[in-house]
Design a protein around this ligand. Structure first.
Ligand code: GAL
Length: 662
C-alpha cells in the first residue's frame, strides 16, 4: 500500500535540517517549493537529538521542522533513527557493539555499530520509537514511517556471545532436535557431531573452511535477526499509528547480500529501494534497471518507492565520477519506467562536514547557480507531467530467478572455481535480456511462475527439491526454462543432490554431467557458431536433450555446450559455460522466439518499458545513446505535451513517455 496521501510521483529526498542553522532551514523550504519537492525523509540520523541522554527526550526541534514543512505543503517520511545509536548508548552498553568474524569488536563513531541480536539495542530502539510514534501518530504531514536505514548494508553479521546464544535459539526453532541439526549440517564430516546446543559456535574464522551448512544457516539467522529488529519497531508504529504505512529502505542490488528480500516482502506496507550507479561501469543504466526490477519484484509487481539515488557523484566509490548532463534525468525516469512512484534522492542539501561531504545533492555546495540545481528544477516539472503514471503497472512474460540462499551458498569457501560469482552471472543474463529490450520480473525460486513464458535460472546453485520441482513443472506445463551452469547442485542445507550434476535439474534439462571442468584464469574456449566460453566447461552428456552449440576445444571438445530439451509441453535450455553478452544475445534470439516473445529490434542503447493503467499504457523510451531513435507510437508525449500519431523521434540522451490507448 502506497501512502494514500501521496498523489502523482513523489519528489524529494533525505533531508538533514539538523546540520544547518534555522535561516538555512527556512531557505530550504522556499527552494524545495521552487524545485517542486513533495516528500522529504526526516530524522534518519537524529537519535542523539531525540534522546540526548537515556530516557530524556526532546522533540521540540522536530516539531518545528515538521510544522514548517507541513505549512509549505511538503509531506514527511518520518524515520526512526535506530541506524545510528548515540554515543551514550554505546558507552553504557558496549556489548551491543558488533563483533566481526575474526573476533574484533567494532567501535563507535560511524553508524550501524550494532549487534542485531542485542536486547539492549532492541529495548532502547523500542523505547524511542514508542515516544516518536506517540508524538507524531496522525500528524497530517507524516504520510510514511521509515524504519532504520538499509538493514544489513554494510553491517549485518555479529559474532559476539549474545549472537551465539541467539543463534542457538534460532537453531532450536529450525531443527527441534540436535539429531536433525547434525543430519542437516552433515556433521559426520570432520567429526563435528554436536551433543549439546551450547557446544555450537557462531561460524567464526577457523584455521580452514568452516562447515558450509553452518555458515549458510548463520546467513539465514542474520537475515532473520535484522528482520526481527525491523518488526520490533514496525509493530509499535502499527499499534500507535495504524493509518500510516511503514517501510524500510532496501540496499537492493548495491549492498544487499545480507537481506533475503523475499522474506522481507510480506513484512513491509510499501517497498522502498535505494540505488547508486557503479560510476565507472559503462552502461551503468543497465544495473539501475536491474535494481528497479528487483524492487518491483519484491513489491509483488506493484508500484514501489525509489527512496534514494544521487543527482551526481557519490563519495564512497574508488573514483566518484560525476553524472553527465542529462544522465540524472534519464536515471530518474528509468526508475519510474520500471515501476517507482517516487524519485527521491540522498540528499536534499549537500553537507559541509562529516563523512559524506563530497556526496552530491539536489542542492549542491555551489548553490542554485549550478547545472545540478537547474536539472533538479526541470525534473520537478517533468514529474508533475507524469503524475497520472502513478499506480500503473509493469507487466512482462519473462522472469529471472533471484535467490539469496544461492548467492550465500555459492560464494562460501572451496567451490570448484574462485571465478564463480552469483552477481556476475545474474548481471550477464540481465544485460543480455536488457539489450534485447526484454523487461523482466525477478522472482523467488518457489514463486508461482504460471504467468511467465520464459524463466531464467542463472547460477541457481541452491534449490530445494520443491523449488526444483517448481521449475520442472513450469517447463512441463509449456514454459520455456533457461538454466546456466552450476544450478540445481545443492539442496537447502548445501548438501549435493545425489546422482551427478546438475543435480535436481538433470531430468528437466535432459542431460548429465559427471565432473566440472573449471577453466584457468583468463582462458577462453571455442564453441560452434564462432562463440566463446570462459570460466567453466562441462562434459555434458545428452539424456534426451539435443545439442545446440558444441565445444570445439578445451577439456570437453566434442561435447554439447548448450542444449535444448523438449520437456512435457515446454522446453528446457542449458548453458554449460559462461558465454559473452553477444553470445547470450544470439542464443536468446532463439529462446525468446520459441517462447513467443518478440524482440522490437531497436539499438541496444534504447530502453523501452511500458507501464499499464486500465484505460491506457505509458511507453517510456529512454535513449541512452548519442544517435536519435524513431519509435512507432500513437499517443501523447507527457513530457512535452505533443501528440504523435505515427512515430516519435527521441534525440540522443533524451526521454519520452507516451500515453497510448490500452
Ligand atoms: C546510502 C545510505 C545513505 C547515504 C548514501 C550515500 O546507502 O542509505 O544514508 O549514505 O548511501 O550514497
Amino acid at each position: 500500500m502506497l501512502p494514500p496521501q501521496l498523489s502523482g510521483i513523489a519528489y524529494g529526498g533525505d533531508y538533514s535540517p539538523e546540520q544547518w542553522p534555522v535561516e538555512v532551514q527556512e531557505a530550504d523550504i522556499a527552494l524545495m517549493l521552487e524545485a517542486g519537492v513533495t516528500l522529504v525523509t526526516v530524522g534518519i540520523h537524529t537519535w542523539a537529538l531525540m534522546e540526548p541522554a537515556e530516557g530524556t527526550y526532546d522533540f521540540d526541534w522536530l516539531d518545528e521542522i515538521i510544522d514548517r514543512l507541513h505549512a509549505a505543503g511538503i509531506q514527511v517520511d518520518l524515520a526512526t533513527p535506530s541506524v545510528a545509536p548515540p554515543a551514550w548508548f554505546s558507552y553504557a552498553y558496549p556489548s551491543a557493539l558488533p563483533v566481526t568474524r575474526s573476533g574484533q569488536r567494532l567501535g563507535y563513531g560511524a553508524r550501524q555499530s550494532i549487534c542485531p541480536s542485542s536486547p539492549d539495542y532492541r529495548r532502547a530502539a523500542a523505547a524511542l520509537v514508542e515516544r516518536l510514534g506517540a508524538r507524531y501518530a496522525g500528524h497530517p504531514a507524516v504520510v510514511l514511517w521509515h524504519v532504520y536505514n538499509e538493514y544489513g548494508a554494510p553491517q549485518s553479521e555479529c559474532y559476539c556471545d549474545t549472537s551465539r546464544a541467539a543463534f542457538h535459539t534460532w537453531l532450536r526453532a529450525r531443527y527441534g532436535t540436535l539429531g536433525a541439526l547434525n543430519q542437516a549440517w552433515g556433521t559426520s564430516f570432520w567429526g563435528q557431531q554436536y551433543g549439546a546446543w551450547e557446544h555450537i559456535d557462531v561460524p567464526r574464522e577457523g584455521p580452514t573452511a568452516v562447515n558450509p551448512a553452518q555458515r549458510l544457516d548463520f546467513a539465514r539467522f542474520t537475515n532473520d535477526e535484522l528482520l526481527a529488529c525491523y518488526r520490533n519497531e514496525r509493530d509499535i508504529l502499527h499499534r500507535l499509528d495504524p493509518g500510516t504505512p511503514v517501510t524500510t529502505n532496501f540496499a537492493g542490488t548495491i549492498n544487499g547480500k545480507a537481506t533475503d528480500l523475499w522474506t522481507w516482502a510480506p513484512e513491509l506496507d510499501v517497498v522502498a529501494n535505494d540505488n547508486y550507479l557503479t560510476a565507472e561501469r559503462a552502461d551503468n543504466h543497465i544495473e539501475l534497471a536491474m535494481s528497479a526490477d528487483l524492487a518491483r519484484g519484491v513489491a509483488g509487481g506493484g508500484p514501489w518507492l525509489l527512496m534514494e539515488h544521487s543527482t551526481g557523484a557519490v563519495n564512497w566509490q574508488p573514483r566518484n565520477i560525476a553524472k553527465l548532463p542529462g544522465q540524472m534525468r534519464r536515471n530518474s525516469l528509468a526508475h519510474v519506467a520500471h515501476g517507482s512512484d517516487s524519485v527521491l534522492f540522498f540528499q536534499w542539501r549537500a553537507s559541509l562536514f562529516g563523512a559524506e561531504k563530497f556526496h552530491s545533492a539536489m542542492l549542491p555546495h555551489a548553490g542554485t547557480d549550478s547545472a545540478i540545481w537547474r536539472e533538479v528544477v526541470r525534473l520537478g516539472t517533468d514529474l508533475r507531467g507524469l503524475a497520472e503514471v502513478a499506480g500503473s503497472l509493469v507487466r512482462t512474460r519473462v522472469a529471472v530467478i533471484w535467490s539469496w540462499p544461492s548467492w550465500w551458498a555459492l560464494e562460501l569457501d572451496w567451490r570448484p572455481s574462485a571465478d564463480l560469482s552469483y552477481r556476475r552471472q545474474l548481471d550477464l543474463y540481465y544485460e543480455a535480456l536488457w539489450r534485447e529490450h526484454v523487461t523482466v520480473d525477478f522472482v523467488a525460486p518457489g514463486a508461482d511462475l504460471s504467468q511467465y513464458s520464459l524463466v531464467v535460472a542463472a547460477h541457481t546453485y541452491l534449490l530445494s527439491a520443491e523449488e526444483a520441482g517448481n521449475l520442472a513443472e513450469f517447463a512441463a506445463s509449456g514454459g520455456h526454462l533457461l538454466v546456466s551452469y552450476f544450478s540445481g547442485i545443492a539442496d537447502e542445507h548445501d548438501a549435493l543432490h545425489p546422482g551427478g550434476y546438475p543435480g535436481a535439474l538433470r531430468e528437466v534439462l535432459g542431460i548429465g554431467v559427471e565432473e566440472f571442468h573449471p577453466l584457468r584464469a583468463g582462458e577462453t574456449i571455442m564453441l560452434t557458431g564462432g562463440h566463446t566460453g570462459q570460466v567453466w566447461s562441462e562434459p555434458v552428456r545428452s539424456a534426451g536433450a539435443e545439442p545446440y552449440w558444441t565445444y570445439l576445444d578445451g577439456p570437453d571438445a566434442g561435447h554439447p555446450a548448450v542444449t535444448r530439451h523438449a520437456y512435457g509441453d515446454g522446453v528446457a535450455w542449458y548453458v554449460s559455460t559462461e558465454l559473452t553478452v553477444a553470445g547470450l544475445r544470439e542464443l536468446l534470439a532463439d529462446v525468446l522466439a520459441g517462447a513467443g516473445i518478440t524482440r522490437p529490434g531497436f539499438p541496444d542503447t534504447v530502453e523501452l518499458v511500458r507501464r499499464h493503467a486500465p484505460e491506457c499504457s505509458y511507453l517510456f523510451i529512454i535513449n541512452h545513446g548519442e544517435e536519435a531513435v524513431t519509435v512507432p507510437v500513437d499517443g501523447v508525449d507527457l513530457l512535452d505535451g505533443t501528440r504523435r500519431e505515427k512515430e516519435i523521434k527521441v534525440a540522443g540522451g533524451a526521454t519520452a513517455v507516451v500515453r497510448e490507448p490500452a
